[in-house]
Design a protein around this ligand. Sequence first.
Ligand SMILES: NC(=O)c1ccc[n+]([C@@H]2O[C@H](COP(=O)([O-])OP(=O)(O)OC[C@H]3O[C@@H](n4cnc5c(N)ncnc54)[C@H](O)[C@@H]3O)[C@@H](O)[C@H]2O)c1
Length: 243
Amino acid sequence: MSKGTAVITGAANGIGQAYAQRLAIDGFDIAVADVGDATATKALIEAEGRRFFAAKVDVTSPASTLEFAAEVAKALPPVTALVNNAGIYPWKSFEETDYDLWRKVISVNLDGPFLMCKAFVPGMVERKLGRIVNVASTTFWLNSTQMTSYVASKGGVIGFTRALAGEVGASGVTVNVIAPGLTNTKSMRSENQEIFDYLPKVQAIPRVIEPSDIVGVVSFLCSADSAFVTGQTIAADGGNIRN
Ligand SMILES: NC(=O)c1ccc[n+]([C@@H]2O[C@H](COP(=O)([O-])OP(=O)(O)OC[C@H]3O[C@@H](n4cnc5c(N)ncnc54)[C@H](O)[C@@H]3O)[C@@H](O)[C@H]2O)c1
């Protein structure tokens, strides 16, 4: 029996694709919103015997996110989980960050979760069931240079999550954050290859984090077992312990 549909943004690639596969194994049907082609993810989900829907969606667009919500409501109702994973992380110093780049990062990483919540939270509140997982990053707590727009956006995600949790808690909807540490994806390797040589060494578990290492956190936050966990941020970073 299906646990309903989990909507995952940015699940055509990288960690989002791994969240999608894990939630399919957990018994969710999967709907992917991505600007990219999600064919590879479709194969993984159907291999688990679950239903799949995807559309080209730009999470920065109110029209695109609302249209997607209407399509999912027809194709795979009801939506019981939403994972706001789509994100970008251009490696640029403060000096190199112009206003356009700043706006772009804030738009994808922070406006995106806001717009997806605007599209899907009303249905969850009406049905009195929903699990929302927003994706931040442990860069928020670290000495993270060349990432001013990114760290600002992820701090915003944590604040947004805490505030929204308070508004929807009485309706059976939880809102939490997973904050991954440096994780092995093609995009991250192409942004900064060298960081993989030194950052894993300072983790309590001193090896490179794979997407499969962290999917269990999202699985828990989308499960019935996490019904009384809300407004929280869970770092999945191999124990990059500071202070
Ligand atoms: N990889 C890491 O080390 C790491 C660490 C901490 C947090 N994160 C966060 O995890 C998330 C996924 O990271 P990843 O490394 O898997 O990235 P990725 O580049 O592999 O995947 C991101 C996906 O988001 C999609 N996307 C980008 N802009 C979009 C938009 N406007 N609308 C819809 N989809 C869009 C891309 O097409 C892509 O499929 C991001 O939010 C990132 O900030 C990653």
